[in-house]
Ligand binder design. Structure first.
Ligand SMILES: N[C@@H](CCC(=O)N[C@@H](CS)C(=O)NCC(=O)O)C(=O)O
Length: 232
């Protein structure tokens, strides 16, 4: 039963039959909101304010001991049992399999999509996140610029890899829009928005990334996801 999950004591479900999303529109949060919007799976979004430390409350930690958003509970998981899940890569694969969308069934194409998803999870997201910390947030005032420069250069290298990949391609992997695109574009978006880093990363020198990002961000689902859960 959904109400057996302690997190529902702090963030009560008004629609207990649908997927419960605990999130905030950060790059990682947007990935899962975008996937839910793209698939059309019904869900209820709860706002977890990481600025106010909500992720460290016992209720949130009871769902995700790693104290990070987003996390979900699917009340109708495998075998009809509720399924709690965190880590966006795992959530995207789960939702793709549940909906039968955005992950090819062809084994080679599926492997390729998962490869790029893992590239985002293991490299693009964490490196851009560190760059953001040292360039735009808490680490901005640090006098020693080597940490910022290291992550800036790695961010540029990764953007170069993505740009090359997208040369003559509409999507990152496979033949159609997939969880690889859904995982990566919110991180490119953060470079323009939260990090204000167009100049320092010379984003104009990655035209394929810019073209692809515009197409991803223009999708109706993406437009809803960037404000999900909406501000109170
Ligand atoms: N690898 C995790 C990363 C999640 C993550 O870093 N979430 C950030 C927001 S984008 C967060 O909750 N930060 C709060 C904290 O670290 O206390 C995933 O993909 O789910």
């Amino acid at each position: 039963m959904l109400q057996d999950f302690k997190i529902t004591q702090r963030w009560p479900a008004t629609q207990p039959d649908v997927i419960q999303l605990y999130s905030l529109p950060t790059p990682n949060g947007v990935k899962v909101s975008a996937m839910l919007e793209e698939t059309g799976l019904p869900y209820e979004a709860h706002r977890v304010s990481i600025m106010d430390g909500d992720q460290f409350t016992p209720e949130f930690l009871s769902l995700n001991p790693n104290n990070k958003i987003p996390a979900i509970i699917d009340p109708n998981g495998p075998d009809g049992k509720p399924l709690p899940l965190w880590e966006t890569g795992a959530i995207l694969i789960y939702l793709a399999e549940k909906s039968g969308k955005f992950l090819p069934t062809d084994a080679a194409k599926r492997a390729e999509v998962i490869q790029w998803l893992m590239w985002q999870m293991g490299g693009f997201g964490p490196m851009l996140g560190q760059f953001g910390f040292f360039y735009a947030f808490g680490g901005k005032e640090i006098e020693d610029k080597r940490p910022m420069e290291r992550y800036r250069d790695e961010a540029k290298r990764l953007l170069g890899v993505l740009d090359k990949r997208l040369e003559g391609r509409e999507v990152v992997a496979g033949d159609e829009y997939s969880i690889a695109d859904i995982a990566i574009w919110p991180w490119v978006r953060a470079l323009f928005t939260a990090y204000n880093a167009s100049d320092v990363l010379e984003l104009e020198s990655f035209p394929n990334v810019l073209r692809w990002h515009t197409a991803c961000a223009d999708r109706p689902a993406s437009k809803i996801a960037v404000d999900m859960p909406p501000k109170p």
